[in-house]
Ligand binder design. Structure first.
Ligand SMILES: NC(=O)c1ccc[n+]([C@@H]2O[C@H](COP(=O)([O-])OP(=O)(O)OC[C@H]3O[C@@H](n4cnc5c(N)ncnc54)[C@H](O)[C@@H]3O)[C@@H](O)[C@H]2O)c1
Ligand SMILES: O=C(O)[C@H]1O[C@H](OP(=O)(O)OP(=O)(O)OC[C@H]2O[C@@H](n3ccc(=O)[nH]c3=O)[C@H](O)[C@@H]2O)[C@H](O)[C@@H](O)[C@@H]1O
Length: 389
């Protein structure tokens, strides 16, 4: 019978597990038969010697492996392209990006095009993919609400079929796979700040549900693949998964007319247009600078914890406060204008990052006040607006 069935508590069960697969009795899966039942001193010494030889060979094999092949889906997008930059810094990494360029652009990757360790392919993740890789960062999905609402069915397909395809690939080639999920799995949260154990408050039939529910299913798919494997008792062959729940991230290379609030406000300030605060303006978000985000994602991929783990900056701001800060830092004369909001806009959002701190040794370093000017510089270059002295 289930214990602790309340929202967020882990369920424990006293029921016996389902009948295991007959496969567990096949010779192939009898890993423990590697060691015999003979516990004599002589035999233990022999087995230890054998273990040492096997370990030495494994270590030699790991160190002599020339390159780590890493696939980044959605790598031409905002976060993806920064992740690619970081991964390419390591000369042992070969990076393959697949992207359908719906919201991403080759421009974001131009410094790597033609590099011998880099490969860019136009590919939609809703179609199967065959590549030999060791790790998969699965980011492909439009992130800005105006883009993910543009074709809701396609957004669902990208999250569901796309994630299934990437899980299929991971299983076939034995790769570890990381999914970039979202704080939107918490919907309009009734728990604040949001911990990973909170189940969320999502409208399943609202305009945001293609994204929110799509990501929730994507998380379920990731975890189900692993637990299904556990049920047939071939844990050693299960897909290794990682799930990051990303909170609002900002930085250079965001699409100028992306529709998200930080890019909107900076572009508006530079164009001398009013900053459009969507009513009531008291709704909050917590903004993470992109270099911190990339660091968090890599730590999650490289660590031992499956997740889901919140990755975000807990510094919380109302949209009016954000507009005031952009005004102060970028254009003190700009006007702030209240405009109509869209349905189901979450009223508050702030990550509880206890898990990220404890399990990944990660916490964000860049404060909003310091990150905004870095983004301003990039927007000025792309908009051709120089700083007035
Ligand atoms: N930026 C954030 O604040 C934020 C917050 C939470 C979660 N996320 C998640 O992080 C990931 C990256 O977000 P981002 O801000 O870089 O978004 P983005 O829109 O800049 O990048 C997404 C990339 O995926 C590509 N893409 C979309 N659909 C695809 C498909 N079917 N096949 C192949 N490529 C496809 C796009 O062309 C783009 O290059 C997304 O999965 C998003 O849901 C982002
Ligand atoms: O972090 C997340 O998990 C999610 O955050 C964002 O979704 P959202 O928070 O709605 O992002 P914005 O569109 O930037 O909106 C943030 C707030 O700013 C407000 N806003 C937006 C745009 C604008 O011009 N003015 C304005 O006040 C919105 O009403 C909202 O309250 C992302 O776009 C999602 O991809 C991501 O998954």
């Amino acid at each position: 019978m289930a214990k602790n069935s309340a929202n967020g508590d882990h369920q424990t069960t006293t029921k016996p597990p389902p009948t295991p697969s007959p496969l567990r009795f096949s010779k192939f899966f009898q890993l423990h038969s590697f060691f015999s039942a003979d516990t004599s001193d002589e035999n233990i010494v022999n087995e230890l010697a054998l273990t040492a030889i096997v370990s030495a060979n494994v270590l030699y094999w790991i160190h002599s492996t020339p390159n780590m092949r890493i696939l980044v889906t959605g790598g031409a997008g905002f976060i993806g392209s920064h992740l690619v930059d970081k991964l390419m810094e390591n000369e042992k990494n070969e990076v393959i990006v697949v992207d359908n360029f719906f919201t991403g652009s080759k421009d974001n990757l131009k410094k790597w095009i033609g590099h011998p360790r880099f490969d860019l392919r136009r590919h939609d993740v809703t179609e199967p993919l065959l590549v030999e890789v060791d790790k998969i960062y699965h980011l492909a999905c439009p992130a800005s609400p105006i883009f993910y609402k543009y074709n809701p069915v396609k957004t669902i397909k990208t999250n569901v079929i796309g994630t299934l395809n990437m899980l299929g690939l991971a299983k076939r080639v034995g790769a570890r796979i990381l999914l970039t999920s979202t704080s939107e799995v918490y919907g309009d949260p009734l728990v604040h700040p949001q911990t990973e154990s909170y189940w969320g408050n999502v409208n399943p039939i609202g305009v945001r549900s293609c994204y929110d529910e799509g990501k929730r299913v994507a998380e379920t798919l990731m975890l189900s693949t692993t637990s299904l494997f556990l049920m047939i008792d071939i844990y050693a062959f299960a897909t290794e998964i990682r799930i990051a729940r990303i909170f609002n991230t900002y930085g250079p290379r965001m699409n100028i007319d992306d529709g998200r609030v930080v890019s909107n406000f900076i572009a508006q300030a530079l164009r001398d247009e009013p900053l459009t605060v969507q009513a009531p303006g008291t709704q909050t978000r917590s903004f993470c600078y992109v270099s911190d985000m990339v660091d968090g994602l890599i730590r999650l991929m490289e660590g031992d914890n499956t997740g889901p783990i919140n990755i975000g900056n807990p510094g919380e701001f109302t949209m009016i406060e954000l507009a005031e800060l952009v005004k102060e830092l970028i254009s003190p004369k700009v006007e702030i204008k209240m405009v109509e909001n869209t349905p189901d806009d979450p009223r508050q959002r702030k990550p509880d990052i206890t898990k990220a701190k404890e399990l990944l040794g990660w916490e964000p370093k860049v404060k909003l006040r310091d990150g905004l000017p870095l983004m301003e510089e990039d927007f000025r270059l792309r908009l051709g607006v120089s700083k007035k002295i």
